[in-house]
Design a protein around this ligand. Structure first.
Ligand code: NAD
Length: 498
């Protein structure tokens, strides 16, 4: 059985020996085992990070940026291998796996410009003979704890920015699909990053707790489900760390009566069912405004959903592949049963889907519910599968209220031809990322990613300038170079510019 090891300085030898199964979503069964680390292993990684970090921080930013340039070239050269590896453990189709890697690489591209971003501020003559300047300095050692659903993009959101600004970074990826994160770390070494600056430790709760309690780790960036995000946030902050923790989502797509419904249906099927709905920016709730819009939308949606092709992740014609584990398949099917029990109309039922030759794969067929209401548990909670729920709204204000009042506030989209309605919606909706005729409004790398409410704990977003802020601290210097002439003696009151 293939074993996936940690990627730390000195090798993974001496690991306590616990192993976790890495499943094969296309066929069922176990395809590899991943080493699950403990506190002793983390201590070794932290010691190596400590030994390397100060020298890395002292490397001029242009040279650190050159590592990022080379890294981008290397990841592109290895794109096919990485995408296959990702798809085999996650279950997303190859083209989508490439998108996962590419969105991470775009953060690396942003980091190629890190010298410019780190320039700081300067005021000449803030007082008589006094200059004030600020600089951004790295925190020391940072950790990223990442979910299964973007095993390339999310580690690079964190790790590229953290290292480009001069930190040592330790990645604790999801134990469900750990191979790509290790390969990403190997490629950083190949690109010229010193040993100890980008390491990978695998593990589950035991490792996460060791990270949260470790006195030498200055910052933790987490992405995963909301309950764990909240736990990580609380425990990490209690230990004095800087923590950002992104959680789950239930994104709504509002469809106004004037929307181009053919376009909406095409956007919705991709956004609700792509990657088997296992995206924090998926669109699992659609809110048509007015009964006529709802009926017209449903009439177009049903045949589009029935035409979706579910296949193995290597099938180039498949729209989406299996979900990540058997347990997750059962959970999603459990939510389908629950939503039906709660009184919603089950229009297309994806349960019991079986793919010939892959009967043990973790497939769930596309599912559509109509007449879902805000009181239903299945509406309130994240399903994270290929399930689309229609919640009908009589008017714009009701439609605006639904995502605004929902416990999650990651993303939202409005489909309309009316600029005023779109503008009003974007200004008033209580959600962190808004799409206007864009179903999955994941901001580009030089902007920043982050939800509101239970979709994110902490106050800085991922990547872009917010990422740079998270991974650095500001030092402000007030400097005076006296010319030797008397200046009025000691001052016993606070100096002011009055
Ligand atoms: P998860 O919360 O199960 O796992 C995330 C990380 O936490 C993993 O590294 C895992 O090992 C660790 N972990 C799991 N259980 C833990 C525990 N009890 N104590 C400590 N650590 C633990 O999430 P997942 O299933 O891997 O990913 C899917 C979730 O992530 C969804 O809720 C999705 O919405 C969310 N997500 C959010 C964003 C975002 O940016 N907001 C992006 C991607 C995914």
């Amino acid at each position: 059985m293939r074993q996936i090891d940690h990627h730390i300085v000195g090798g993974a030898g001496g690991n306590a020996g616990r192993l976790g199964d890495v499943l094969d979503p296309n066929n069922g069964g176990v395809q590899a085992q991943v080493a699950l680390g403990d506190k002793a292993l983390l201590d070794r990684a932290v010691a190596a990070a400590k030994a390397a970090q100060l020298a890395w921080a002292a490397v001029n930013p242009q040279r650190r940026a050159r590592v990022m340039f080379e890294y981008k070239r290397l990841v592109e050269a290895n794109m096919d291998e990485l995408a296959q590896m990702l798809s085999a453990e996650h279950g997303k189709v190859i083209a989508d796996a490439k998108g996962d890697i590419q969105r991470g690489l775009e953060v690396v591209e942003f980091c190629c410009g890190i010298p410019h971003v780190l320039k700081g501020e300067y005021t000449q003559g803030a007082g008589p003979g006094i200059d004030v300047y600020s600089m951004r300095q790295p925190l020391g050692i940072g950790v990223g704890i990442t979910p299964f659903n973007f095993p390339a993009m999310i580690p690079l959101w964190m790790g590229a920015v953290a290292t480009a600004v001069g930190n040592a970074f330790i990645l604790k990826p999801s134990e469900r699909d750990p191979s790509v994160p290790v390969r990403l770390a190997e490629l950083f070494l190949e690109a010229g990053m010193p040993e100890g600056i980008f390491q990978v430790v695998h593990g589950d709760k035991e490792m996460v707790d060791a990270i949260l309690d470790h006195p030498d780790i200055a910052a933790v960036s987490f992405v995963g489900s909301s309950d764990i995000a909240h736990y990580v946030y609380e425990r990490g902050v209690r230990a004095g760390k800087r923590v950002q923790a992104m959680g789950g989502a239930k994104n709504h797509g509002i469809v106004m009566p004037d929307a181009d419904l053919d376009q909406v249906v095409s956007d919705l099927t991709g956004a609700a069912f792509g990657s088997a709905g296992e995206r924090c920016m998926a669109l699992p709730v659609v809110v048509p405004v007015g009964e006529d819009t709802a009926q017209r939308l449903r009439d177009k949606l049903v045949p589009a959903i029935e035409a979706l092709r579910v296949g193995v992740s290597t099938d180039p014609d498949a729209h989406y592949g299996p979900v990540v584990t058997q347990a997750h398949k059962e959970k999603v099917e459990g939510w389908i049963a629950k939503c039906a029990d709660e009184g919603a109309e089950l229009v297309v039922d994806g349960r019991g889907f079986s793919l010939q030759g892959h009967e043990k794969g973790f497939f769930v067929g596309p599912t559509l519910f109509d007449h879902v209401t805000p009181e239903m548990e299945s509406y309130k909670e994240e399903i994270f599968g290929p399930v689309l729920q229609i919640v009908r709204a009589p008017d714009f204000e009701t439609a605006l209220e639904l995502p605004s009042k929902h416990q999650y506030g990651n993303g939202v989209a409005i489909f309309t031809r009316n600029g005023h309605a779109a503008r009003e919606f974007a200004a008033r909706v209580n959600v962190g990322m808004v799409g206007i005729n864009v179903p999955i409004p994941v901001p580009v790398a030089y902007h920043t990613f982050g939800g509101w409410k239970r979709s994110a704990f902490g106050d800085t977003n991922q990547h872009g300038m917010e990422g740079v802020k998270f991974w650095t601290k500001v030092k402000t210097v007030t400097a005076r170079w006296p010319d030797g002439s008397p200046d009025g003696g000691n001052a016993f009151v606070i100096p002011t510019m009055g």
